[in-house]
Write a protein that binds this ligand. Structure first.
Ligand code: KG4
Ligand code: ZN
Length: 359
């Protein structure tokens, strides 16, 4: 089965052709046209500019994906499109384009939830696939949540952030220490420098950093974003506010400020919080597989730490390849396949929604 997928929920216009054969997926093409340079000027995504850029790019990106896969519309068995959640004007561009393509070419259409798509990125190129029921984490610019995946299409939220998302917090704090938007990858590299200077070791485990003098430095104290109320919830706004106050204090006192050690401390608190809640989630929901997905799943420190948690719990960890952690359309195609199997086809009345579909 050949699937043409389209994604336009935020600041990347993406299209992909994937194939499902037997019990595995293969990615024949995955084109991502990023608008990051356009939005960088403003330090974040400007919704109106994003919508217009999607209109300009969606057709070319879609045809490029088919060309790269050496296939045409007549070879497509399914069109999958992100319909929610995201920026409404941005989503509408992809949804309307996909509806017209599907209707004009008599191809079945399915609507895909962007977050389910992020998780489905872990099924691409992977064998065996994680078998439901499993736990999944979506860590992105807009989401920080744990889901219990009962089947490939039935998800329920078992923990979430009460305020900011983890990626959003990296972006906001990163901007304050001079890392251009989106700050996640730059933050990751700066934190690596900080962990190295704190421990004197390349790729040191976070347990070693915890023993270092840098970790014991009280002027760099930051609170854990893991809520201590027995839930699987987070507050990244609390961590972010404490970090902003800390940066102000350094600025006002004129004391020496080590950006790398600060990035390491912030990363440590964020990563340890996710690790702690992952351990709790695995203790509560007895599953054999864990998926970690979304843009922040590209974080090198988090990948290493969650691998330790999974090993200790004796479960299989599935993380998408680096190129499929961020927004792309191949992941939308993978989820689209399961929506189609479940009979969830859409028609020309399909609309987009800014809201989450998973509750
Ligand atoms: O999933 P995604 O591409 O878009 C959303 O659906 O939000 O996630 C984007 C987020 C941004 O906040 C970005 O800074 C973050 O993922 N990110 C990272 C890394 N790479 C991207 N955060 C931490 N470490 C990284 N290496
Ligand atoms: Zn995303």
């Amino acid at each position: 089965m050949n699937i043409l997928a389209i994604e336009s929920s935020c600041d990347e216009t993406a299209a992909s052709v994937i194939r499902r054969e037997g019990d595995a997926f293969s990615v024949l093409s995955s084109i991502v046209a990023s608008q990051i340079e356009t939005h960088r000027l403003y330090g974040g995504v400007v919704p109106e500019i994003a919508s217009r850029a999607h209109v300009e790019a969606v057709s070319a990106v879609t045809y490029e994906a088919m060309e790269k896969a050496s296939l045409s519309l007549s070879d497509m068995d399914l069109v999958a499109v992100t319909a929610q959640p995201g920026l409404i004007g941005a989503l509408l561009v992809g949804v309307n384009f996909a509806k017209s393509l599907a209707a004009a070419n008599h191809i079945p259409l399915v609507a895909v939830d962007h977050i389910k798509g992020h998780i489905a990125a872990a099924y691409l190129g992977e064998k065996p696939l994680p078998e439901p029921p499993f736990l999944a984490m979506a860590l992105s610019g807009g989401h920080t949540a744990f889901y219990l995946v009962e089947s490939y299409t039935d998800f329920s939220v078992v923990g979430t952030t009460r305020d900011d998302a983890i990626g959003e917090s990296f972006d906001k704090i990163g901007r304050l220490i001079g890392i251009p938007y989106p700050a996640g990858a730059g933050f990751d590299r700066l934190a690596a420098e900080g962990f190295l200077s704190a421990t004197g070791k390349e790729n040191a485990p976070l347990s070693l950093y915890k023993k270092s003098a840098a970790y014991k430095d009280k002027t760099m104290h930051l609170p854990s974003p893991a809520l201590a109320d027995g839930s699987l919830d987070f507050s990244f706004s609390g961590l972010k506010t404490a970090a902003i106050n800390l940066l102000h204090r350094f600025e006002q006192s004129g004391e020496d400020f080590d950006r790398a050690l600060f990035a390491a401390r912030y990363t440590y608190e964020a990563v340890e919080a996710v690790a702690k809640k992952t351990e709790e989630a695995l203790a509560r929901h007895r599953v054999k597989h864990l998926v970690m997905a979304g843009g922040v799943a590209a974080n090198s420190h988090l990948r290493k730490r969650i691998a330790e948690v999974a090993k200790k719990a004796g479960i299989a960890l599935h993380i998408p390849s680096l190129s499929l952690c961020g927004d792309n359309a191949a992941m939308i195609g993978a989820q689209g396949y399961y929506e189609y199997l479940a009979g969830h086809t859409a028609d020309s009345s399909l609309n987009a929604s800014a809201a989450d579909s998973i509750v």
